[in-house]
Every structure is written in structure tokens, then in C-alpha cells.
Design a protein around this ligand. Structure first.
Ligand code: SIN
Length: 280
């Protein structure tokens, strides 16, 4: 039986991330527990649980307690759970899914609020995921830079080569039948979080193409600066997976990057994204 009093929170780093103990996600999750977890999540940007050996049905049920699962546009989900995709890197593969700093599917008009990742099989070493706090990225820019960026919107596209190559293995194996060739959406560079009211930097190297009203060439120097700035080590944390580890990240104010340092070993995760708002 889960109780709010049993929750224990350990911060992973100065910037973001907290590991939660004392919760069994397979057991009933009452309203007060979900409210408490949501508050912790909003404060830390990404939360981690250990030893949650959930079946796909239990994983989907847990996700529905936090939001509304939505399907990933490019890869078909599990036969009984289309909202769950498998994020696998096989022993012979050299490219990992999403292996570049990004916020999930920022090229959609309404990108997901959150992503949940459940580790099923982990390599003997490596395969960690890095996260970066984009409130800090925003707040540490100069007043002049923030003033300029506040007026800008950025066009995000699904077909930038660095990221589209990271999904090719999964698409070849299991393409979503109704996937468009390309998705694109423009969003504010300074994004106001709908729940915390805080402003975060909302661009990412995987999807950001150019500022609206500017060419790619004109946008490149400023975007290049922001891409380097937003992942400074002091804005990040690093999570080491074990089978049964589960992460829930806030896709509105964090970036993530799975480290591709385990060639020859298999890593298998289940992934669900939760519906979000149009960024403002
Ligand atoms: C993703 O970008 O959703 C995958 C993250 C990971 O495999 O750690």
C-alpha cells in the first residue's frame, strides 16, 4: 500500500533530477500520492524510480495516472498498447534512438508534456541518460539576450539529419503506418511553463531549424550559441539505469540525451509520452 508519508526524495545533482523511494508503481496510486509525486516532479524536472518491474499494462496504467498517453508519430507501438514504443539498441546496432540532446517531438504543434521511460534490459556498463534544466539555461542568459529571444519563435522540424538517423533502425523495423514524411511547428523560444509559471529556453539542437522570419544562415550563430549554453555541465544530471528503473521527465523544461557508449550490448526500454499543450 502506497502512502505519501513513505515517499523519500534524494536529489541527483544541483541542477535537476530526484530519485524517489518508497513507492510501488504497481500498487494503487491514490490522488494524494499522485499530487505529491507531481509536485516533486515539477520541482525537480525529472524523477526516477527503481525496481519497478511493470508489465506493459501496468506501465500504461501508471502513465494514465499522470496524463493522457499519446502515440509516437514514427514508430508503431506494441500490438496491445499502441501508446508504448520499444526503444531498443540491439547488439549489432551502432546508432541509439534519440541519441542527441533534445526535447521530445518539439516539431509537433502540441509536443508532449512528459515522457516516461521504463528500463527492461540494460547494458553491463554505459547507456546512461543525461538531462538538462532549461529554466537554468534561460535564467543564466544575459538580460540583453533574453530581451531579444523573448520576441522570437523557432521553427522545429522532424527531419534534421542528426536526429532522423537515430530513429532509422526502429522505423525500418516497425514504421507507424500513418507517419507523415515531415512534421514542423514554430514555438516560442522563451516558453512559459503552464504549471510552474517559470520561463525556460525552448530550443534544441535535434529539431530547431531557424527563427521565424530569419534564414537558417542568419539563425545559425545564435542557435549554435544556445545549443552549447543550454547543456553546460552545471545544468545537467546523469541517470544510470538498471532493469526496472523508471524515469518521468518534464518535456517542457528539460532536455535529454541518451549516451551511446555500449556498442555490442543490448539496451531495451519501454517509452510512453503524455499529451501536452501548445507552447506559449
Ligand atoms: C528518448 O529520447 O526518448 C530515449 C531516451 C533514452 O533512451 O534514454
Amino acid at each position: 500500500m502506497n502512502t505519501v508519508d513513505a515517499i523519500r526524495v534524494s536529489r541527483c545533482a544541483g541542477a535537476l533530477g530526484a530519485e524517489i523511494a518508497g513507492v510501488d508503481l504497481a500498487a494503487p496510486l491514490g490522488e494524494s500520492l499522485i499530487d505529491a509525486l507531481r509536485r516533486i516532479w515539477l520541482e525537480h524536472g525529472v524523477i526516477f524510480f527503481r525496481d519497478q518491474n511493470l508489465s506493459p499494462a501496468q506501465f500504461a496504467a501508471t502513465a494514465r495516472r499522470f496524463g493522457e498517453p499519446v502515440e509516437y508519430p514514427f514508430v508503431k507501438g506494441l500490438p496491445d498498447h499502441p501508446e508504448i514504443i520499444e526503444v531498443i539498441k540491439r547488439e549489432h546496432e551502432t546508432v541509439n534512438f534519440g541519441g542527441v540532446w533534445h526535447s521530445d517531438t518539439a516539431y509537433l504543434e502540441r509536443p508532449p508534456m512528459a515522457t516516461m521511460l521504463l528500463a527492461r534490459e540494460t547494458p553491463p556498463y554505459g547507456g546512461d541518460t543525461l538531462f538538462a534544466n532549461q529554466y537554468l539555461a534561460w535564467e543564466t542568459l544575459s538580460e540583453g539576450m533574453r530581451g531579444m529571444l523573448t520576441r522570437l519563435r523557432c521553427l522545429n522540424s522532424s527531419d534534421k539529419a542528426d536526429v532522423s538517423r537515430t530513429r532509422e533502425d526502429r522505423v525500418r523495423e516497425n514504421a507507424a503506418p500513418l507517419a507523415k514524411q515531415r512534421y514542423a511547428a514554430a514555438h516560442p523560444v522563451a516558453r512559459t511553463h503552464p504549471e510552474t509559471g517559470r520561463v525556460s529556453l525552448y530550443v534544441n539542437v535535434a529539431h530547431a531549424l531557424r527563427f521565424e522570419g530569419m534564414s537558417e544562415e542568419e539563425s545559425a550563430p545564435i542557435l549554435g550559441y544556445l545549443f552549447a549554453h543550454q547543456v553546460k555541465p552545471e545544468f545537467t544530471c546523469r541517470f544510470q539505469w538498471r532493469p526496472g528503473s523508471l524515469a518521468l521527465w518534464d518535456n517542457r523544461c528539460t532536455l535529454h540525451n541518451p549516451v551511446n557508449d555500449y556498442h555490442g550490448s543490448r539496451r531495451a526500454m519501454l517509452r510512453i509520452t503524455l499529451a501536452g499543450d501548445a507552447p506559449v
